[in-house]
Design a protein around this ligand. Structure first.
Ligand SMILES: Nc1ncnc2c1ncn2[C@@H]1O[C@H](COP(=O)(O)OP(=O)(O)OP(=O)(O)O)[C@@H](O)[C@H]1O
Ligand SMILES: [Mg+2]
Length: 382
């Protein structure tokens, strides 16, 4: 059996614990056999290429990105137990009152962290994928109520553990804190040393996610940071021109298997099993994103046809319809700002769409009304 690390004894909370220190990537003795991943890797790369192709056929890729990034933010936070929904997130962005503000904050924090990483990777002078960039992103991820006391933006300085009530009875005890900086430096080298690592980028991404979770460098937020790292690596290696895929949907759906396969790398040396699971997830997530794009485009086309066929449609309502995928919950004032029109113009445009049943009013009030693009939200949430 292949060994993926060594177990060392350290003392925490006055009792000896067996902490796991992973070997540097890639897997060795034996190395990953190309036959074990070649077909699945090819299928996953093809699925990503198709997704990129389909996205290119849609009038505005911003629509697709708007929803895909939010779905990833939501699903990755739901793995952590966040109760927020897509509607909560849209409501928060529309300035409506949401009840579970802490949950929604976690999701919006993920969005901020993700944007920071993406901007940084796209700016010529920005930081590459690095410990510093991950710490900066972590600071945003754990900003606010829940992150307080969890050392946002800092590598941990104490021993942590996964499962159990204390390190002594934990499922897994990650490396002692003093080993974390070196282990992360090794991971950083693996990411950037392309020539020495001829593995396909998706396979490397799979390995890197496990290594990150095994190091568990932060006090909290390691799952979300490790999944953000997946998105960052897709960007870094140009596997997808835009972050259109939400792989956390697959990981959430198979959460038990996800955790079990992470463990099996450590306990059984089973890298192949994890890589196969991950590649399958990428292929399925890409296919799902593709189906979603087709469905959104079809819905918009159908609503556009109805609007164009209506004698009451006009320029303002046409423009409003094209804005809806990026503001599915809204007020008339927000429409007025986006259209840069008068209030009566905005109000009339909304009324046209409401009378056609494309959008629905939510409050039943005469003033302070708010609206929803119901069919679109149902599609995304489905
Ligand atoms: N047995 C395991 N071995 C290694 N890593 C694991 C194991 N079980 C879970 N993990 C990883 O640890 C993460 C949880 O760690 P942590 O609580 O620091 O992250 P989080 O982002 O706050 O939580 P979450 O993953 O629940 O969103 C899981 O998401 C998973 O990626
Ligand atoms: Mg957590």
């Amino acid at each position: 059996m292949r060994s993926t690390g060594t177990t060392i004894t350290s003392t925490t909370l006055g009792e000896p614990v067996r902490a796991f220190v992973p070997h540097p990537l890639p897997p060795a003795d034996p190395p990953l056999a190309p036959e074990s991943f070649a077909a699945a890797n090819h299928a996953a790369e093809m699925a990503l290429a198709r997704l990129a192709g389909v996205a290119g056929l849609v009038p505005s890729v911003d629509w697709l990105l708007y929803s895909a990034i939010r779905k990833e933010a939501l699903l990755t936070s739901q793995i952590e137990g966040t109760q927020a929904t897509l509607v909560d997130l849209f409501d928060e962005e529309a300035g409506f009152t949401v009840s579970n503000t802490d949950d929604v904050e976690e999701v919006t924090n993920y969005l901020r962290a993700f944007r920071l990483v993406q901007d940084s990777l796209r700016e010529p002078a920005g930081l590459p994928i690095s410990v510093r960039l991950l710490c900066d992103a972590h600071r945003l991820l754990l900003d606010g109520v829940r992150g307080q006391g969890k050392q946002p933006g800092e590598l941990r300085r104490s021993q942590n553990w996964i499962g159990g009530t204390r390190p002594g009875n934990a499922v897994f005890v990650p490396p002692p804190p003093e080993r974390v900086p070196d282990l992360l430096a090794g991971l950083e080298r693996f990411i950037h040393d392309g020539e020495a690592q001829p593995l396909p980028p998706l396979v490397k991404t799979a390995l890197i996610h496990v290594q990150f979770e095994t190091i568990h460098p932060f006090l909290d937020g390691n799952g979300r940071m490790g999944r953000l790292l997946i998105a960052a690596l897709l960007e870094h290696w140009g596997l997808l021109p835009e972050p259109l895929m939400y792989v956390s949907g697959y990981l959430k759906q198979h959460q038990k298997e996800y955790y079990r396969r992470l463990s099996n790398v450590r306990t059984e040396g089973d890298w192949e099993g994890w890589v196969a699971f991950f590649l399958e997830g990428v292929a399925l997530a890409a296919q799902e994103a593709e189906r979603n794009i087709v469905a959104v485009a079809a819905l918009l086309a159908q609503d556009r046809r109805r609007l164009l066929a209506s004698p009451r449609g006009g320029m303002a309502s046409y423009r409003l319809l094209e804005l809806l995928p990026m503001m599915p919950r809204f007020t008339i004032e927000q429409v007025r700002q986006k259209l840069d029109s008068s209030f009566p113009t905005a109000s009339a445009a909304v009324k046209v769409l409401a009378d056609l049943g494309i959008v629905s009013e939510l409050t039943g009030q005469k003033t302070h009304r708010s609206y929803s693009y119901v069919a679109y939200i149902a599609l995304l949430a489905g």
